[in-house]
Write a protein that binds this ligand. Structure first.
Ligand code: DGY
Length: 319
């Protein structure tokens, strides 16, 4: 806020409560740019009413809350914050993987609740991570960082992605492309890293969990609706899979009762990119995108760059 306040005029309220759609539409009136988060739904019905708005500067890499097509049709620039959160997000995905495999949360509860009376050889025995198979679904920038972490743990890395990586990239990451089905059958750890869109909604459903090993651990730091959550609960309850590490859910902040009850699921409140450094970089990056537009220069992280050429607020001589 300070960064923005020193550079432009802002309308800001310090509250964790998001605005309702009518409030947002009203509040956006007369503004050049709004800075959004993934908790601000911006579907077509809202976008069409954002009269006179020039830009949505989104804080986050995923922008499934924004109807990009509608924004583009209405001449509204949309930017996001790619790149800077890849490592932090992959770190957290790996943390969830490790926590679920090595039962870190259960162990912590065990000690705190005074259940630790004596040591035993098989106490809270978990599963090895090193030399096991990591399956990555969605091999974009974050998926690739996950692969690097897997390699660091001497894992065999399989991936599935809409487009296959170049042979050089596969070699660098030591990752092999396989079908989704083969990946689900062979992986000890399955980690999701794809965006949410029409093609990926419920990409992982009952039949997919049934393909997985009963010892497998499922990790999701992508978006909740990529997974059929009811099917995931069934897979955990009926032991088709061994555990899960989840940072995202289908109806956030509501979490399926079956997941809340399952001690083999490690749960987090959508915080994969939440390190102080990365969240600071993300907000500054969004602010820089917004400020560029306000100053009449092309924002660096546009998702619809074609809008820039005919942008209504672009000064005639701007580049
Ligand atoms: C992202 O960047 O997409 C994170 O999920 C936070 O919105």
């Amino acid at each position: 806020m300070e960064f923005l306040q020193q550079r432009t005029e802002i309308d800001y309220e310090s509250t964790a409560d998001g605005l309702t759609s009518p409030q947002l539409i009203e509040r956006a009136r007369g503004k050049r740019v709004i800075i959004s988060q993934f908790t601000d739904p911006l579907p077509r019905e809202v976008i069409t009413q954002l009269k006179g708005l020039g830009m949505i500067a989104h804080v986050g890499v995923g922008f499934d809350n924004i109807d990009l097509q509608a924004a583009t049709e209405h001449g509204i620039l949309v930017s996001n914050t790619p790149g800077i959160l890849n490592d932090t997000t992959a770190d957290f995905a790996f943390a969830l993987l490790m926590a679920a495999a090595r039962r870190v949360v259960e162990a912590d509860a065990f000690v705190r609740s005074g259940q630790w009376k004596k040591w035993s050889l098989d106490m809270l025995a978990g599963m090895d991570i090193h030399h096991r198979t990591l399956g990555i679904i969605g091999m974009g920038r974050i998926g690739q960082e996950m692969a690097r972490r897997g390699r660091g743990f001497s894992m065999r890395v399989l991936y599935n992605n809409r487009t296959r990586l170049s042979a050089e990239k596969e070699q660098e990451l030591n990752a092999a492309w396989v079908s989704k089905e083969q990946l689900l059958r062979e992986a000890d750890y399955v980690s999701l890293h794809c965006p949410l869109n029409d093609a990926t909604r419920h990409l992982i459903k009952e039949e997919d969990f049934r393909l997985m090993k009963p010892t497998a651990i499922f990790v999701n730091t992508a978006r909740g609706p990529v997974v059929d959550e009811a099917a995931l609960v069934k897979a955990l309850e009926e032991r088709w899979i061994a555990g899960a590490g989840l940072d995202v859910f289908e109806r956030e902040p509501t979490v399926h009762e079956g997941l809340l009850k399952c001690e083999r699921a490690v749960l987090a409140p959508h915080i994969s990119s939440s390190s102080v450094e990365t969240r600071t970089k993300m907000t500054v990056m969004a602010a820089e995108n917004a400020l560029a537009a306000v100053a009449g220069t092309c924002p660096p992280n546009l998702l619809n760059p074609a809008v820039w050429d005919s942008w209504a607020f672009r000064p005639a001589a701007a580049g």
